[in-house]
Design a protein around this ligand. Structure first.
Ligand SMILES: [Zn+2]
Ligand SMILES: [Zn+2]
Length: 238
């Protein structure tokens, strides 16, 4: 966190250096990113990304959409508009907050964006099947996504029973765990552990971690078998 001098923010451990929460999902022929965070540009530079077919959005909070402008590099090299997927609430916010990209007369070089509205109906991007899972971020519906046996959920603190059914059977679950103390719109560490155990997912990784959770090494050593803290650069094969 900017201006913080706590033990996590001053830690020399690379796993304590966290950019904003986002993942890339890659198959043989399709590459998707979930959310364009304020760190999107650096996240793409850091992995030397050369290809991006689509962006899936979980919800319109700024830490999940702010980096969208930088998809224009992909527009330039791929010579096509970027395909964006989100529910109507999220797409409305994108049109509002990036109004210049949707103007009738666009300034040259603005990002080329194509909006694809999604609901809770499953859909496919290239060869990647996507099942949206609706979760609650206080009172805001947020979309998690299941890709085959892998499920990604960020910014939640409650999931309806019917939506939990969509997660069951996943081999790997990534879910948010903000800190140990209660929070109005994010799972705590214990709530996230309870969710993983309730859904009987064998392998789980916690993301969207606050500096208030504590140092990676210390917290990782306290977690039950099969549950880990995610870290920037983590790669999983499913
Ligand atoms: Zn700190
Ligand atoms: Zn967030």
């Amino acid at each position: 966190m900017i201006a913080c001098r706590c033990a996590v923010c001053t830690s020399p451990d690379k796993k304590d250096k966290r950019l904003r929460s986002s993942i890339q999902v890659e198959s043989a022929n399709t590459t998707i990113v979930v959310d364009t965070t304020p760190d999107f540009r650096y996240q793409m530079l850091r992995i030397c990304a050369t290809k991006l077919d689509a962006v899936l959005f979980t919800h319109p909070h700024k830490d999940h959409i702010a980096g969208l402008d930088d998809v224009r590099s992909f527009n330039f090299f791929q010579q096509k508009a970027m395909q964006l997927y989100g529910n109507s609430m999220t797409l409305d916010a994108i049109m509002r907050e990036f109004a210049y990209a949707f103007a009738d007369k666009k300034y040259p070089g603005v990002p080329e964006l194509e909006l694809n509205e999604i609901t809770l109906e499953p859909f496919t991007i290239g060869d990647i099947p996507v099942i949206p899972v609706e979760v609650w971020h206080l009172k805001m519906p947020v979309y998690g996504f299941r890709f085959g046996n892998f499920t990604y959920i960020t910014d939640a603190n409650r999931i309806d029973e019917s939506e939990k059914e969509k997660i069951r059977g996943s081999e790997i679950l990534v879910v948010n765990a903000l800190r140990k103390e209660p929070h109005i719109s994010h799972y705590t560490l214990n709530e996230a552990i309870d969710l993983v155990q309730e859904l009987e997912v064998p392998e789980a990784y916690f993301t969207h971690i606050s500096h208030q959770l504590g140092r990676h090494e210390e917290i990782e050593s306290q977690l039950p078998k099969g549950i880990h803290l995610a870290f920037d650069g983590l790669q999983l094969t499913v």
